[in-house]
Every structure is written in structure tokens, then in C-alpha cells.
Design a protein around this ligand. Structure first.
Ligand SMILES: *Cc1c(COP(=O)(O)O)cnc(C)c1O
Length: 423
């Protein structure tokens, strides 16, 4: 049996209708921005394998750090024990995160980072004997697939089977250009009419919605409204964190600071699943008490896995190297000139760039659904040409590893241009 035959016998893939899905491609090797399948066909990974891999595949620097940690202390339980890698990650993050973030809580993936933040927001008020049970979220948000994260997410086909089983979430419009006032008014209305505990948002860029972008000033205003009403704010930087927007965190563009931040994806450079939720001292203090019932009873078996911590430290080191910052700027400049080149094309609705994130909306005759026919056509075209891109409906986005070469980037652009002509 071939690998793909065995795959179809044994495996269940994420976000996949196996009856109609195409067979997956078996990848056997990765290096830098490139992947190779079992037949030796080469692909440019233009989306950093779901946004996790900024420093390239099979990165030697991170691999060495992992090996060293694996052969020193691979894992120890974090209940009642601690270790240097976790402390170093915390110290490092507190140094580079927005200044009010003071406490670090480890978990395993983006969804759990969000789950922790939402539970903390709800228990914060429980601990203070205040009845606040509603979470505010943006329309078309994506915060993950566990239950609270799913409740906060607004992309319907991810969540429709579970309607009626969720915590209370009220949605407000995203303050995209021209809709800022509507968004502010909606937030004030929700706060007036519900007992709101927290507001969770993807800062500046909604990834899964198709790289929908909005301005830092608008987000600052929303955070101010929350702060004025004692509603906790949660910045879900799972996608935007660690350089994607051109700054270390998207919140670095925003004049206001959130109460909590969720991190994962690029945290370990795409090597080991790990996530972190960070908090202000004030949030932490609401759980700090002689009463054990006020503690946060949440944890995961692999919490603060030392090997994951070592990978995170190596990744942050890589991110902070001047060459990596230059790479981010180089890709951003390149995206901006590509945007300029194609934004007036008759088949382009809009194009947008922030940091290394680029997205173009292509005109389609019919209303294009998330996994619609145009999307399939585009996806197959890109794969055929040896470029990994996963369009969201009629939106094609690029989120390259920062080490992608100019030549590779130009190839991705020219294939997108061909695709625009084709559809
Ligand atoms: C990917 C993502 C998540 C979920 O992360 P997982 O690791 O897939 O659970 C949460 N929030 C945002 C903004 C994401 O992009």
C-alpha cells in the first residue's frame, strides 16, 4: 500500500469531509520555505504551514536547542515543580510583551490558550462575587475549536452542530474602515444590556476570516470602552504574535494594553505544540487568596513542557536576530509593491498588507463560500504549480516564513497573478 492508501485506511484529518476530499499529499521532507512530497515534487510553503513556521522547516538552531533539552530534562510535571526553561520563557516574554503583562500560564495549543483566558475572565468576576457571564467577540472571529473558544468563534460551519450548548457570547461588528462607529456603538450597547465579563478579539488581523484588517486606533477605542466598564480584554495573538504584523505583537501598534494575551502557533517556531496565556498582576490578584476555591483549577498534563520551552526560547532568539527583522521588512516591502501592482486589476476587489501578511480578494460571479468551487479551483491550481496556499473562499493570502527568499516570493506572486487571470 502507498502512504496515501494507508492514510485513507487509518486517518481522520482536520476540517475534512473524507467522502469528497482529495487525497492528501504525503510530505517527506522540509527545509527552509520548501517542502517535498514522497515523489520528490517540491512545494513552496507560502502559508508557513498554518502560520506556525516563521524560521523555516527543519530549523537547525531550534533542533539543537530541543536535542539539548531532551537529553537534559525532557519533561517534569508542573504541579509542585518548576524548571529553568519555563522561568526563562516567562522572563523573556514579560520583557517583550506589552508592559502590563506580568504572569504567564502555559498550555498546549491556541484553543487552550483561549479557553484559559475565557475561564479566567469568568472566574475573575466569580471570585469577586459579581455576576458577569457574557463574553463579547467579533463577528467572523476564529479563536479555536474547544468549547469556549468555539463559542467565541463566529464562522458558522465550524460551530453550527453545537448551537445552544455554548457559554453566552454576544457579537459585535469588526471596526473595518467605515464601520468603526458602528462597532463602538455595538460594544457600548452590549455592555449596557448584558453582564459582560470579557471581550476577546484578534488584534488588527482576523486570520481565519480571510486576513480581515482594521486599524489600531479603532481597537484602542474598543479597549478604552471596555476598561471604562471594567470588562476584561483578551488579545488573541495566536496568529498575529511573533512578528507576523511587522512588530513583535500586533498589540505593539495599539496605544491601549489588554488584560490578557493568548499566544501559540509561532511560539515554538512550528516545532512543538505549546501555548501561553499572559495576564496582568491585577487579574492574577483576583485569584490570590487564602481561600483555595479562588484558585484557577485548570491545567494540562504537558503544561510548560521543558522541551517546548527550549524550542520557544530558541525561536524568540531567532526572531530577535537583526537578520530576521530585516527579513520581515524585506517581505513587507515586497508585499506592498505587489499589492500596488495588482490592486487595480479588473478582477481584484481589494488587496491588503500588514507585516508579512498579504491578502487579495478576487472577484467571483457567484457568492463564494469558505470552501466553495472557486476556492477548490484556486487551491488545486496552486498545488499543481508547487505552491502551498489555502484560499479562504475568494481570498488568497500569503503568510510566508520570514526566511523565504526573494526568488521564492516572486514565484508565489507570479502564480497568484496567473490564478487571477485564470478564474
Ligand atoms: C489558530 C488559531 C487559534 C487556535 O489555535 P489551535 O492551535 O489551532 O488550537 C486560536 N486563535 C487564533 C487567532 C488562531 O489563528
Amino acid at each position: 500500500m502507498t502512504l496515501t492508501e494507508k492514510d485513507s485506511q487509518y486517518l481522520w484529518h482536520p476540517y475534512t469531509q473524507h467522502k469528497t476530499a482529495q487525497t492528501p499529499i504525503a510530505i517527506s521532507k522540509g527545509e527552509g520555505a520548501l517542502l517535498w512530497d514522497e515523489n520528490g515534487k517540491e512545494y513552496i510553503d507560502a502559508i508557513a504551514s498554518w502560520w506556525v513556521n516563521p524560521f523555516g522547516h527543519s530549523n537547525k538552531f531550534i533542533a539543537d536547542a530541543i536535542y539539548k533539552q531532551l537529553t537534559t530534562l525532557e519533561h517534569v510535571l508542573f504541579g509542585g515543580f518548576t524548571h529553568e526553561p519555563a522561568i526563562k520563557v516567562a522572563e523573556k516574554l514579560i520583557e517583550i510583551l506589552p508592559g502590563n503583562q506580568q504572569k504567564i500560564f502555559f498550555s498546549d495549543n491556541g484553543s487552550t490558550a483561549v479557553e484559559v483566558a475565557i475561564k479566567v475572565a469568568l472566574q475573575y468576576f466569580f471570585n469577586k462575587n459579581e455576576k458577569r457571564t457574557t463574553i463579547i467577540a467579533f463577528e467572523n472571529a476564529f479563536h479555536g475549536d474547544t468549547f469556549a473558544a468555539m463559542a467565541a468563534s463566529g464562522i458558522s460551519f465550524y460551530t453550527q452542530a453545537f448551537q445552544g450548548m455554548f457559554i453566552d457570547v454576544v457579537r459585535i461588528p469588526v471596526p473595518v474602515k467605515g464601520k468603526e462607529q458602528e462597532s463602538f456603538e455595538a460594544l457600548k450597547n452590549v455592555i449596557d444590556n448584558y453582564n459582560c465579563a470579557g471581550f476577546i478579539f484578534e488584534p488588527l488581523v482576523q486570520g481565519a476570516a480571510g486576513m480581515v484588517m482594521y486599524e489600531p486606533e479603532a481597537l484602542a477605542k474598543l479597549i478604552q470602552i471596555c476598561a471604562g466598564n471594567n470588562v476584561l480584554t483578551i488579545a488573541d495573538e495566536v496568529m498575529t504574535g511573533f512578528g507576523k504584523t511587522g512588530k513583535t505583537f500586533a498589540m505593539d501598534y495599539v496605544s491601549e494594553q489588554p488584560d490578557m494575551i493568548c499566544l501559540s502557533k509561532a511560539l515554538t517556531g512550528g516545532t512543538i505544540p505549546m501555548a501561553i496565556t499572559t495576564f496582568t498582576q491585577e487579574v492574577f490578584d483576583a485569584f490570590y487568596d487564602d481561600d483555595i476555591n479562588k484558585a484557577l483549577f485548570h491545567g494540562h498534563t504537558f503544561t510548560a513542557n521543558p522541551t517546548g520551552c527550549a524550542a520557544a526560547l530558541a525561536s524568540i532568539d531567532l526572531l530577535q536576530m537583526p537578520e530576521m527583522q530585516e527579513n520581515i521588512e524585506r517581505i513587507n516591502k515586497s508585499h506592498l509593491s505587489f499589492q500596488k501592482k495588482i490592486e487595480n486589476h479588473s478582477k481584484v476587489i481589494t488587496a491588503r498588507t500588514l507585516g508579512v501578511i498579504f491578502a487579495v480578494e478576487i472577484k467571483s460571479d457567484s457568492e463564494e463560500s469558505y470552501y466553495g468551487s472557486m476556492r477548490t479551483k484556486l487551491y488545486n491550481f496552486f498545488i499543481d504549480k508547487g505552491v502551498v496556499l489555502r484560499p479562504v473562499g475568494n481570498i488568497v493570502y500569503i503568510l510566508p516564513p520570514y526566511i523565504m527568499t526573494d526568488e521564492q516570493l516572486q514565484k508565489v506572486y507570479s502564480i497568484i497573478e496567473e490564478a487571477i487571470e485564470m478564474v
